[in-house]
Design a protein around this ligand. Structure first.
Ligand code: SAM
Ligand code: SF4
Length: 317
């Protein structure tokens, strides 16, 4: 479907849970979130129904996200069913990788094509600090498991945080020489009011180019990242700059939250409910959300916080 600004919407990000086994400081409060009742959340059937409705309107790529999608008990069944929805050509998943050692191979078997992995540091103590509880060795084993499972594509995403991982840019970029995986640096988005990082923590992606003078620019692939490569690397380096170079003009996505709200724009409050609806009614709501998708996300800067009205674990990134 084409929205009011001429953008063809082909990509759905479906958050399957708000829950997570980590508590990244820029994403989620330390005490977790107020757990919603089972009845408030989309059931597995409703999620698949929503994917069918979206596919009927031209959605082709589905990304399963969260919270942490791999803490969801029925994640494999959900992926298997999503892969079979007519019109969906690619099912991908975003994860913190800590549960991939057990789940990478079953996810590949279920038909998941691509995996995005979040990893902000290669230092054990810093990993525990930023995630408030995580074990770096589990995440690294998860990356190894994903590589062994043979996904079509693996992308490792690092959020740039001043005073935290700036000096690790070269080490994180080196992962493109170690693995056949892309590494993407993402600007910190000012999402969450109680978040611990103020304006000083914001580093524009241009900083990566200053730190890595060997980067060679590649042709754009139509995605949100500007692409580069390091000499001799197997994977690319991507720079994703929602603040310094927003990509709203080519945005092709909508989001559905685990409690059944369509979000046409990540940084806007507008939401359209699909909880409890039948497929045709869901399709109507998706059509409305796409028709009303705003032209851009509005002012967003290190000082001007997002108007999303939710924490990132409740949206899915
Ligand atoms: N738990 C999974 C994970 O961490 O990959 C999936 C959900 S997580 C919300 C999706 C992505 O959003 C992660 O790559 C995370 O780093 C990113 N993210 C969360 N809060 C962010 C923020 N304030 N700014 C930039 N990226 C953020
Ligand atoms: Fe959990 Fe992902 Fe948010 Fe970290 S970024 S708290 S892993 S949902």
């Amino acid at each position: 479907m084409i929205d009011s600004y001429g953008r063809t919407i082909t990509y759905l990000r479906l958050s399957v849970t708000e829950l997570c086994n980590l508590r990244c400081r820029y994403c989620m409060p330390e005490d977790g979130i107020c757990k919603k009742s089972h009845e408030q959340m989309l059931t597995e059937e409703e999620m698949i129904c929503a994917v069918r409705a979206a596919a009927g309107l031209g959605i082709r790529k589905l990304r399963i996200t969260g919270g942490e999608p791999l803490v969801k008990k029925n994640i494999l069944s959900l992926c298997r069913k999503a892969v079979q929805v007519p019109g969906i050509t690619e099912v991908c998943l975003t994860t913190n990788a800590t549960l991939l050692p057990e789940l990478a191979a079953p996810l590949k078997e279920a038909g998941v094509k691509r995996i995005n992995i979040s990893l902000d540091t290669l230092n054990e103590e810093k990993y525990r600090y930023i995630t408030r509880r995580g074990d770096l060795s589990q995440a690294l084993s998860g990356i190894e498991a994903a590589v062994s499972a043979g996904f079509d594509k693996i992308k490792i995403n690092a959020v740039l945080i001043g005073g935290f991982n700036e000096e690790e840019i070269p080490a994180l970029a080196e992962l493109t020489r170690k693995y056949s995986a892309d590494v993407r640096f993402i600007e910190l988005m000012p999402m969450y009011d109680g978040g611990e990082f103020g304006p000083d923590a914001y580093i524009p992606c241009e900083r990566v180019k200053e730190v890595l003078p060997d980067l060679q620019e590649l042709d754009p692939d139509g995605g949100v990242a500007k692409l580069y490569t390091l000499p001799g690397a197997m994977g690319n380096i991507g720079l994703i700059s929602p603040l310094s170079r927003h990509f709203c003009g080519s945005c092709n996505r909508i989001r559905i939250t685990a409690d059944g709200r369509i979000k046409p724009c990540l940084h806007r409050e507008a939401e359209y409910s699909i909880k409890g609806l039948k497929e045709e009614q869901m399709a109507e709501q998706i059509r409305l959300a796409i028709e009303r998708k705003p032209q851009w996300h509005g002012e967003l800067s290190a000082k001007q916080r997002s108007c999303a009205g939710r924490t990132m674990n409740q949206i899915g990134g």
